[in-house]
Write a protein that binds this ligand. Structure first.
Ligand code: NAD
Length: 335
């Protein structure tokens, strides 16, 4: 099938080209994000292949459908950037990669917790400058601490397993508790109790109307003083302004982010010689107890191989008229 691949980086191209040896799709790579303005590039293609910050709102989808696109192939798990009601009504099929590597994201989550708690990023800079003082670098043992996991799907479950290895007490909130987590000893409790009891809170739920700004002023008020907050899910789950307030007050001791609500204009690009005009993001960068990575939690060799393989296989299913197990629609019930 002819595929217009948007938001292409060198690594997307190399992994997709390698996997495509077995599929023989005709892949045409475009650098820009897919938006209502750039979708003209997909003219004549039956498939548009997209990533997390491509904007598939109803305007973009309408234009794509008029141009003859019939399949939207997401190279990611989350589908919050697609207006599924619009794609359904236009008869567009949407497929995704639901589980390319939960381990990749879970391990990055733990990397953020450890780097923040043990101040690895500060120690790295100090030692390179010949400053071997350990003043101000004290952390705490993870052993015996309580970690609250919000969303115990594929990624949250791996986080639970890893943190159990550290000897943490694991509590969780998920409208659909997992039997695997329960068997591990994870205790499911209401959200407000999780906020109250957790030393570390980590977010692994999807971005939906229910989870939009789940971490807001009211939620933060219920948290322990000195809480560590980690978000590797989607930026919109956190109300960034409310979080900045609690960083200033000292209530949040550490913040680790791999995602940011307005990341579409920032992430996946080298902006090192430009001025950052997003003042909220710029404020976050000023805190010594905040680590931000640019949506790289998924970015491992294994995950990239799985993304390429599943994306091309999803497209093949559609091309051959087979039912694709990775289809999403507005009627999709998460569990
Ligand atoms: P999943 O579907 O396996 O798990 C999501 C879990 O969240 C489910 O158990 C679901 O019941 C739960 N959930 C739904 N609504 C909830 C709510 N209101 N409160 C609490 N829990 C709720 O998904 P996953 O593969 O574990 O991925 C989780 C999220 O991580 C994705 O939606 C995506 O946004 C994000 N993600 C980020 C990266 C990255 O690179 N940073 C990579 C992959 C996925």
């Amino acid at each position: 099938m002819r595929v217009a691949v948007f938001s292409t980086k060198s690594y997307d191209r190399s992994y997709l080209e390698e996997a495509n040896r077995n599929y023989k799709h005709e892949l045409v790579f475009f650098d820009p994000h897919l938006t209502a303005e750039t979708c003209i590039m997909a003219e004549g293609f039956p498939c548009a292949c997209v990533f997390v910050n491509d904007n598939l709102n109803s305007e973009t989808l309408n234009r794509l459908a008029k141009q003859g696109v019939r399949l939207i192939a997401l190279r990611c798990a989350g589908f919050n950037n697609v207006d599924l009601k619009a794609s359904d009504s236009l008869g567009l099929t949407v497929v995704r990669v639901p589980a390319y590597s939960p381990n990749a994201v879970a391990e990055h989550t733990v990397a953020l917790i450890l780097a923040l708690n043990r101040k690895i990023y500060r120690a790295y800079n100090r030692v390179r400058e010949g400053n071997f003082s350990i003043e101000g670098l004290m952390g705490f043992n993870l052993h015996g601490k309580t970690i609250g996991i919000i969303g115990t799907g594929k990624i949250g479950t791996v986080v639970a397993k890893i943190m159990k290895g550290f000897g943490c007490n694991i509590i969780a909130y998920d409208p659909y508790p997992s039997s695997e987590c329960k068997a591990l000893g994870v205790r499911y409790i209401p959200l407000s109790e999780l906020f109250n009891e957790s030393d570390i809170i980590t977010l692994h739920c999807p971005l939906t109307p229910e989870t939009y700004h789940l971490i807001n002023e009211q939620a933060l008020r219920q948290m322990k003083n000195g809480v560590i907050l980690i978000n590797t899910s989607r930026g919109g789950v956190i109300d960034t302004l409310a979080v900045i307030q609690e960083l200033k007050s000292g209530k949040i001791a550490y913040l680790g982010l791999d995602v940011y609500e307005e990341e579409g204009d920032l992430f996946f690009q080298d902006l090192s010689d430009r001025i950052i005009t997003d003042d909220v993001f710029a404020r976050l960068l000023t805190f010594p107890n905040v680590i931000i990575t640019g949506h790289q939690a998924f970015f491992t060799h294994e995950a990239m191989e799985n993304i390429a393989e599943t994306t091309l296989s999803n497209i093949k299913d559609f091309e051959l008229g087979r039912k694709c197990p990775n289809e999403v629609s507005s009627k999709l019930i998460m569990k």
